[in-house]
Design a protein around this ligand. Structure first.
Ligand SMILES: *Cc1c(COP(=O)(O)O)cnc(C)c1O
Length: 400
């Protein structure tokens, strides 16, 4: 203290405290907030570019908190490195912008998440990148769609809303043979159920927003890669875009990771119980849930996934929007809203899934998606039973 005694109070307030006791070993990862990273001397500052891929140079490229999350996710994915993005959708675009250039061709499963599809047609098309949608069941047949200009194949299994399983290995094998990179949106299964990098996928993408964070209070995405060169390219593009994640948000995702296995286990068990019950009910036409033996994707699910997810879709026998809407509105224990994978059960009602190139088994009919939370499944079933019995009401009475 004494050597600083000559400093004025305003300056003293800004001096680092030299006498804080050390030895605080917390069981949790501390939150390191910081944009500026301090260097010991001008030479190391001038050479900071050397630390771009490992180490700290500026908050944009990570802090010990973001790095702790990235490394824990890398262990979960069996990955060399993990790149974080401010949302699941941002992670998907980061892959696209890292791999694709004007004149390139990219293949997307026809059952992909709606905003991924919109970005392929909007953002990518505007950059001179041609996006083509392929039939989700293509399997090894994807080889016939590969062109000299094809650079990337996207997989999402099961597909958003319509839940078609894809043959990940067969698609990845065919693409790799043609030296085309493969990306997979693995949000539904999470790496606890399926590890894409082990199946020949180059970029394993997750919306951490869903099961990993698990409490509907944070948005984040991740990209896991087995190849350090892919990570460096992602880092370069991330730096050029200037997208990063906040250490506070990372700390929420780190907390979510600690309970993810037990949450997913319990929620998937409840989802199976609820889905089996629904399958027996007269007003239900069809459940879209690969974990059920009657689902056309069941064999692939059984082969590739180490357990069920907790999200599935259904169609009512009365396929009118009126009936679909009334059912969603009548539910009391299910919140009505976008996203899924949190501890609270949710329902989302869609007049129709996004327009598809291959209608196949997915007609443009109304659809409901349920995300099963941590409530007692008996209460959820009772809520569903009452909602199925309730006659349609003319107006919506739900939150907002
Ligand atoms: C929600 C979701 C995303 C996007 O995640 P956000 O964090 O909401 O941007 C991507 N893919 C799938 C399959 C999703 O369900």
């Amino acid at each position: 203290m004494s050597e600083r005694a000559h400093l004025r109070l305003a300056t003293l307030l800004l001096q680092p405290a030299a006498d804080v006791p050390g030895g605080f070993a917390s069981a949790t990862v501390p939150v390191h907030r910081g944009s500026t990273v301090l260097f010991n001397d001008a030479d190391s500052f001038a050479a900071r570019g050397r630390r771009l891929y490992d180490g700290y140079t500026y908050g944009l490229y990570g802090t010990p908190t973001t790095e702790a999350l990235a490394r824990r996710l890398a262990a979960l994915e069996g990955a060399e490195r993990v790149m974080l993005a401010p949302s699941g959708l941002a992670a998907i675009q980061l892959v696209n912008l890292s791999v694709l250039r004007a004149g390139d061709h990219a293949l997307f499963s026809d059952a992909m998440y709606g905003p991924t599809r919109n970005a392929a047609l909007g953002l990518l098309a505007g950059l001179g990148i041609e996006a083509e949608f392929y039939e989700p069941g293509a399997g090894a047949g994807i080889a016939r769609l590969l062109r000299p200009k094809t650079r990337l194949v996207w997989i999402e299994s099961p597909g958003s809303l319509t839940m078609e399983m894809q043959d990940v290995r067969a698609i990845a094998r065919a693409a790799r043979k043609a030296k085309v990179q493969v990306a997979m949106d693995n949000t539904w299964a999470t790496p606890l159920r399926l590890r894409p990098l082990e199946m020949g996928v180059d970029f394993s993408v997750q919306a951490l927003t869903k099961f990993t964070a698990g409490h509907a209070d944070v948005l984040m995405g991740s990209i896991a890669v087995a190849d350090g060169a892919l990570f460096r390219r992602l880092r370069d593009v991330q730096g050029m875009l200037g997208t990063c994640v906040s250490p506070d948000d990372c700390s929420l995702v780190l907390r979510g990771l600690e309970t993810m296995d037990v949450r997913l286990e319990r929620q998937a068990k409840s989802a199976l119980e609820v889905a089996r019950w629904l399958a027996e009910q007269a007003p239900i036409a069809r459940l879209l849930f690969p974990a059920l033996p009657a689902d056309p994707g069941h064999a692939l699910w059984k082969r590739d996934c180490r357990g069920a997810g907790a999200v599935f879709s259904l169609r009512l026998r009365d396929a009118s929007w009126e009936a679909t809407r009334a059912f969603a509105d009548a539910l009391q224990l299910f919140g009505l809203g976008a996203s899924w994978g949190g501890v609270h059960s949710l329902v989302a009602a869609y007049p129709a899934p996004p327009a598809r190139r291959f209608a196949g088994d997915a007609p443009q009919a109304p659809l409901l998606r349920l995300s099963i939370g941590l409530e007692d499944p008996r209460d959820l079933i009772e809520d569903l039973r009452l909602a199925l019995r309730r006659p349609p009401k003319p107006t919506k009475g739900k939150k907002t």
